[in-house]
Design a protein around this ligand. Structure first.
Ligand code: XMP
Length: 305
């Protein structure tokens, strides 16, 4: 990007002009895209913007607390505790697309409730350029808020970053002084840990996935991957103490990419891989095995579902 400050000034003016005296709303996921869009829009219209963070229970470790701190300066921030409702909606659902659908549907319901309360006329979204390209094809049912405009009759949709790539969004985030954890954070999918769990999402699998993802993020921070993750992919036999156990299999994935459309599996050294393995199996009694995924995208996707 040529001039970040000029971009910010221009977008803030554009947003202020688009929204005027009306009320606006944004779904805040904690990721860099929605956080940056929220910060831009808040700068433009202040508390006329209601940023809504839905705690789906599918988020990364510490995510909700992080959001509360990072966006404490926004008086209009709403945090919705919807963990139980999401688990209920996902109960018995095993098909990947159905899972995404169930999450999207529940998300929209949660969001509709708040939008109804605030009477928002405008929807602000953190859509970026690669999102638009992927949504135009049929690669996946993308954003978990993708169905919002069809369900709620907004007067307008504001997408200040629709022409930016991820690395440009990070530049904007840094210029807006969004904390490093937000601006430098790896991308995280809207449906959260649910796409890092094969089959039904249960509380037990979520706990394993959350802790394992935390270990991977910590251990790989210095390797600077574009995205790194852990997925709960099934069960296999292992030995814990003197007992044979049927424990969880966790797959670790770390990739290099520019925009997520294609990716290369990252080459990691044995010591790092072993440290990750020993922490994940050591910190969780129910994990029997850790695998490292060496597949590029294509043919694999980055997430597991
Ligand atoms: P895949 O798995 O399709 O992912 O190779 C490409 C990038 O997109 C992220 N991703 C999503 N992001 N909602 C999102 O906001 C989604 O439903 C979704 N699915 C995947 C994924 O984490 C990766 O960065």
């Amino acid at each position: 990007m040529v001039d970040v400050d000029a971009f910010i000034g221009e977008k803030v003016d554009e947003i202020a002009e688009a929204i005027g005296d009306a009320e606006a709303i944004i779904a805040l996921s904690g990721g860099v895209d929605s956080s940056t869009a929220a910060a831009l829009a808040y700068e433009a219209v202040g508390d006329q913007l209601t940023p809504v963070y839905v705690d789906t229970g599918l988020m990364r470790k510490g995510e909700t607390e992080g959001i509360r701190e990072t966006f404490a300066y926004m008086d209009s921030l709403r945090i919705v505790d919807a963990q139980e409702r999401f688990l209920d909606a996902l109960s018995g659902v095993t098909d990947p697309e159905e899972k995404r659908h169930a999450i999207g549907e529940q998300f929209i319901r949660e969001f509709e409730t708040v939008a109804g309360e605030t009477g928002a006329d405008y929807l602000v979204q953190g859509t970026i350029y690669p999102d638009r390209i992927e949504s135009e094809g049929t690669i996946k049912s993308h954003h978990n808020v993708g169905g919002l405009p069809e369900r709620i009759d907004f007067e307008g949709i504001v997408e200040p970053m629709r022409d930016l790539y991820k690395d440009e969004v990070r530049e904007v985030a840094r210029a807006l002084d969004l904390e490093e954890v937000v601006s430098e954070r790896m991308p995280f999918p809207g449906p959260g840990l649910a796409v890092r769990i094969i089959g039904e999402v249960t509380e037990e699998k979520l706990d394993v996935a959350r802790e394992a993802n935390h270990v991977v993020e910590q251990e790989l921070a210095e390797h600077d991957p574009w995205q790194a993750l852990a997925a709960v992919i099934g069960k296999a036999t292992g030995v814990k103490g003197d007992n044979r156990v049927h424990g969880w299999v966790v797959a670790v994935r770390s990739v290099e990419s520019r925009d997520g459309m294609t990716a290369r599996a990252q080459e990691l050294d044995w010591e790092t891989l072993q440290r990750i393995q020993s922490r994940i199996t050591g910190e969780n009694e129910t994990v029997a095995r850790v695998l490292y995924d060496v597949t590029h995208k294509p043919p694999a996707t980055i997430e597991y579902e």
